[in-house]
Design a protein around this ligand. Structure first.
Ligand SMILES: *[C@@H]1O[C@H](CO)[C@@H](O)[C@H](O)[C@H]1NC(C)=O
Ligand SMILES: *[C@@H]1O[C@H](CO)[C@@H](O)[C@H](O)[C@H]1NC(C)=O
Length: 128
């Protein structure tokens, strides 16, 4: 239903690689998915990628959050075709996971509204 990708910053490291932060969101009829990605490549030295993903299904009272940090020295990527070094989506599978965190974020419980005769209690937004 909706998709957007926004580059929050990017720097070419004075022609020695790239450092960037981007966020993508995809909204489907009954769920949404968000990816915040930090990507760092220092030419001849290393590639690092820190991803935070959020996933929510509309009938659930929680979101899932996954954080991973992947990293490899360039010298340890000699089996990978160099053109992939500039493709975060492609290179990620070759970068070992250094750190991972999986969390279930429960929404706070909203106490049921007190019953009252006032018209306020029929507010259409109360179910939100
Ligand atoms: C990326 O992850 C590494 C290792 O977990 C950490 O040291 C670094 O601060 C992170 N960088 C960013 C921009 O989050
Ligand atoms: C190099 O890559 C291999 C295989 O992916 C891995 O087992 C090893 O720990 C890596 N070494 C370094 C120094 O990153």
């Amino acid at each position: 239903m909706f998709f957007e990708e926004v580059l929050l910053f990017e720097d070419e490291l004075h022609d020695h690689g790239v450092s960037g932060l981007s966020v993508k969101i995809r909204v489907m009829p009954s769920s949404f998915f968000l990816l915040l990605r930090f990507f760092l490549r220092v030419d001849g030295v290393l590639i690092r990628m820190n991803d935070t993903r959020l996933y929510h299904e509309s009938d659930k009272t929680y979101m899932l959050r996954e954080y991973t940090s992947r990293e490899s020295k360039i010298s340890n990527l000699s089996h990978v075709p160099p053109p992939l070094f500039t493709e975060p989506n492609e290179i990620s599978q070759y970068l070992p996971v250094m750190e991972a965190m999986y969390e279930k974020l429960e929404f706070p419980l909203i106490p049921p509204e007190e019953t009252s005769d006032s018209p306020k209690s029929t507010s259409p937004i109360k179910s939100l």
